[in-house]
Write a protein that binds this ligand. Structure first.
Ligand code: ZN
Length: 198
């Protein structure tokens, strides 16, 4: 048991390191040499609720911290039986239940900035969609729904990641995603990580 746990932990670490090395730099540098922060950075003024990362897979949380978006988590694991909820437990790591699904606040962000965030999330291993009321078969409050590919996922989230890799919206009708499309390189990264664990 202990050995298997250690192997799992090592796999998580290896996958995070691989993505850290492969991902583009997480902040661009201006000609003046000043680091430009991402528009969702915690330093920028935006009246957000306190983050709620409880139950998120630790590798997913670290990946979100790498791109400065962890403070925007509105929901991770949620074991209620509400209709359309896909945030239930995916598995256990070192005796702790985890979910690979996470919701992210888009407050204070423009559509272009949300697309940029979807790209950076893909760089660190997330299949992510912007859910906006009335768009892409979604009704409900606006947010980003993201699934971390770097852990074992339950079947409904496996279907979502595969849908994302296929350029689709991950919802019931599985239609092509209209708001944004990942590049082939982004899809390759997420697929490679996904297949390590699923
Ligand atoms: Zn969600």
């Amino acid at each position: 048991m202990m050995k298997r746990r250690r192997i799992t932990a090592n796999l998580v670490l290896v996958s995070i390191l691989a993505f850290a090395l492969a991902a583009p730099s997480f902040a661009s540098v201006t000609p003046a040499g000043q680091t430009q922060r991402f528009p969702w950075a915690p330093e920028l003024p935006c009246n957000l609720n306190p983050a709620r990362p409880q139950g998120l897979h630790p590798g997913a949380l670290q990946a979100m911290q790498m791109i400065g978006v962890a403070h925007r988590i509105t929901q991770a694991m949620n074991n209620t039986s509400a209709r359309r909820n896909v945030h239930q437990t995916d598995g256990t790591l070192n005796g702790h239940a985890y979910s690979g699904a996470v919701d992210i606040s888009v407050r204070c962000l423009t559509a272009a900035q949300i697309k940029m965030l979807l790209s950076r999330l893909a760089d660190v291993g997330f299949a992510a969609w912007y859910r906006k009321d009335g768009q892409d078969d979604w009704s409900g409050p606006p947010h980003i729904h993201a699934v971390w590919a770097g852990c074992n996922l339950k079947p409904v989230l496996q279907r979502q990641v595969e849908s994302w890799i296929d350029g689709r919206n991950g919802l019931g009708g599985d239609q092509p995603y209209q708001f944004w499309q990942a590049t082939t390189a982004m899809k390759d990264k997420v697929r490679t990580l996904y297949r390590m664990f699923n």
